[in-house]
Write a protein that binds this ligand. Structure first.
Ligand SMILES: Nc1ncnc2c1ncn2[C@@H]1O[C@H](COP(=O)(O)OP(=O)(O)O)[C@@H](O)[C@H]1O
Ligand SMILES: [Mg+2]
Length: 268
């Protein structure tokens, strides 16, 4: 069965990719409430962010969406089907690049293909890996080991590793938070570019209000424990976003609104 195509408030129509309904997560015997009643819909080609204080359940939410841990209650649907386990068709990226030090850059990027489809398939994907490295400005570093890459370069390699399987859904858990601001700005624009080129849907966990606003179509603001979405804010800035949009009044208004929610409503 195909999902119904619903009209967006801004006139666009797009299929739901993720549909979460009343998602809750309790940890341990004492039942720590990590997530409570999360409802959200991520549509094809959309970029959503979730922002909230440390420990409010952001990573838990992402792991549930990825099928790495089940919800205690509620429903998670991906492309109209329930998420029941880890999904190889989803691209994931974490705060640390976690490249294997004994493998070169290109060998690290090809690893997911090798694990899933074997050495011959990885060899066949080599040209594509080189293309991705060029896309993120790492041409010439194909045979370099991770110890010789800067933090930003390693994260760019991790983006290539995520993209090699051509996922249409990207789940990102604070992937750029260890980077300096200039590199981070650059990586944000790179991420937007790959999403727009592939019409990929993305869900980003971040601590940075400006990063959330510049990248997202929707920002979900989470309260501290128990983590719940207190407001979902649609960001009405045109695409493609550019870094100079930070001076626009709309950008400033969204940043103020989110900061206010985090300072008051979204914290205990
Ligand atoms: N595997 C686990 N077992 C028990 N408690 C956990 C586990 N993972 C996370 N928690 C708890 O759930 C809450 C949310 O954690 P997390 O999702 O990592 O938050 P965030 O990513 O927003 O910092 C925290 O109180 C954390 O201690
Ligand atoms: Mg986290």
């Amino acid at each position: 069965m195909t999902s119904p195509v619903l009209a967006e408030p801004d006139g666009r129509s797009a299929r739901p990719v993720y549909e979460l309904a009343n998602v809750c997560k309790y940890y341990g015997e004492r039942g720590v409430v990590a997530l409570e009643g999360v409802d959200l819909t991520l549509r094809e080609g959309e970029f959503h962010s979730v922002i909230g204080s440390s420990g409010c359940g952001k990573s838990t939410l992402l792991k549930i969406m990825a099928g790495l841990t089940p919800p205690s209650k509620g429903r998670v649907m991906l492309a109209g089907k329930p998420v029941l386990g880890a999904r190889p068709d989803i691209g994931m990226m974490f705060q640390q690049a976690t490249l294997f030090p004994w493998r070169t850059t290109v060998q690290n990027i090809l690893l997911p293909v090798e694990v899933r489809e074997g050495r011959a398939a990885a060899e066949a994907a080599r040209a594509r890996a080189y293309g991705l490295l060029e896309l993120v400005g790492l041409k010439g570093f194909e045979n370099t080991y991770p110890s010789q890459l800067s933090g930003g370069m390693a994260q760019r390699a991790a983006i290539c590793r995520m993209l090699i399987a051509e996922p249409n859904v990207l789940l990102l858990d604070e992937p750029f938070s260890a980077l300096d601001e200039i590199t981070r700005d650059f990586m944000n624009m790179e991420l937007q570019r790959v999403c727009l080129e592939r019409n990929a849907s993305a869900f980003l966990v971040t601590h940075s209000i400006s990063e959330a606003v510049i990248l997202s179509d929707v920002v979900h603001v989470m309260s501290a424990r128990p983590g719940r979405v207190v407001r979902s804010i649609r960001i009405d800035l045109p695409r493609p976003r550019t870094l100079d949009m930070v001076v626009l009044p709309t950008f400033g208004a969204h940043v103020s609104e989110i900061r206010h929610l985090l300072d008051t409503g979204a914290l205990p």
